[in-house]
Design a binder for this molecule. Structure first.
Ligand code: GLU
Length: 305
């Protein structure tokens, strides 16, 4: 048994012994049905090894984690031109904030806010004939797993209750930063948020960002090394909404969270690690996911710093 397996098992067991805090996201009603006590971890290395513990093979809703993939799909085609429509500054605001948009003339501060991801979804509609299929093809090519797909129940639940996202996409449209029909953009974004994956699939997918933008076998090449560097920089500074500074301070890895309770983080040229635990702290990030990663980088002394 490798050291990584021992370490993740020991931190997993430690966390289960300690009380967990926070609430499961309920503003998307379907997400509230998940078992709050689930905890899974998977780590994949650039050598092709992988490890897992707890509920690492259970699928969960990746939610905002998909924003990294949406951005990558746009960035690979548009390059730096993309930054005319969305910035790369940490927002310091909650994920669904409308607050700064008017002042910023409809240019979202970064692509990992909901506003930013809606603009990216709009861009993808112009770049791809069928962006949904392009997303599924990408995931299938990376993981080799054809079963990964959208969850129509989660998507429908969020579409029926996504009042802030409706407001955001309309506000962006009024400010001139949405080209396509606002409902089409809203539906694409929420379909992508509904994708279900398990921790191993997620760790394997994010291996792209640990491996210069390509899969380990070199067959899928999404980003070049310079673009990959920039993607990791945006994950580090913007991946955790108004808790990005805290995550960088405590964990020291680029990463992205989602309100389904998933967090995925990478140590470039080494590994990618996915944690899932549905209880969220007050900033919308997984309480145990954060604790796990903090303990992991502290004990292994492996982080980007
Ligand atoms: N689909 C969610 C929303 O737009 C994603 C939020 C998140 O995971 O942070 O509200």
């Amino acid at each position: 048994m490798s050291d990584y397996q021992k370490i993740i098992e020991h931190i997993h067991d430690d966390l289960l012994r300690r009380k967990s805090y926070g609430e499961v996201a309920s503003y998307i009603p379907e997400l509230a049905h998940v078992d709050a006590e689930k905890l899974g971890v998977s780590l994949a290395t650039v050598n092709g090894d992988y490890f897992g513990v707890g509920d690492w093979q259970d699928q969960f809703s990746i939610q905002s984690i998909v924003k990294v993939l949406l951005l990558s799909m746009a960035y690979t085609k548009l390059g730096g031109q993309l930054w005319q429509r969305v910035g790369v500054e940490p927002s310091g605001t909650p994920f669904n904030s409308l607050g700064t948009l008017e002042h910023d003339k409809g240019i979202p501060r970064n692509p990992f806010s909901n506003a930013g991801a809606l603009v990216i979804s709009d861009i993808l509609l112009d770049l791809y004939d069928d962006p949904r299929q392009a997303m599924l093809d990408l995931l299938k090519n990376i993981t080799g797993d054809k079963s990964i797909g959208f969850d129509p129940i989660i998507a429908a639940s969020e579409k029926a209750h996504g009042y802030r996202n409706v407001a955001l996409v309309n506000f962006l449209k009024s400010l001139g930063n949405i080209n396509n029909d606002e409902e089409v953009v809203f539906n694409l974004y929420l379909d992508c948020c509904s994708i279900s994956m398990n921790c191993l699939q997620l760790a394997r997918t994010f291996m792209l960002f640990a491996n210069h933008g390509q899969t380990l076998d070199g067959k899928t090449h999404l980003l070049n090394p310079s673009q990959t560097k920039r993607m990791n920089a945006i994950m580090l500074t913007c991946g955790f909404y108004d808790e990005a500074g805290d995550f960088a301070y405590k964990v020291g890895l680029p990463g992205k969270s989602g309100v389904g309770g998933g967090i995925v983080a990478v140590l470039p040229q080494h590994f990618s690690v996915a944690v899932w635990s549905p209880r969220l702290n007050e900033k919308g990030n997984s309480y145990r996911g954060l604790k796990f990663l903090e303990q992991f980088t502290t004990e292994t002394e492996q982080s980007i710093f």
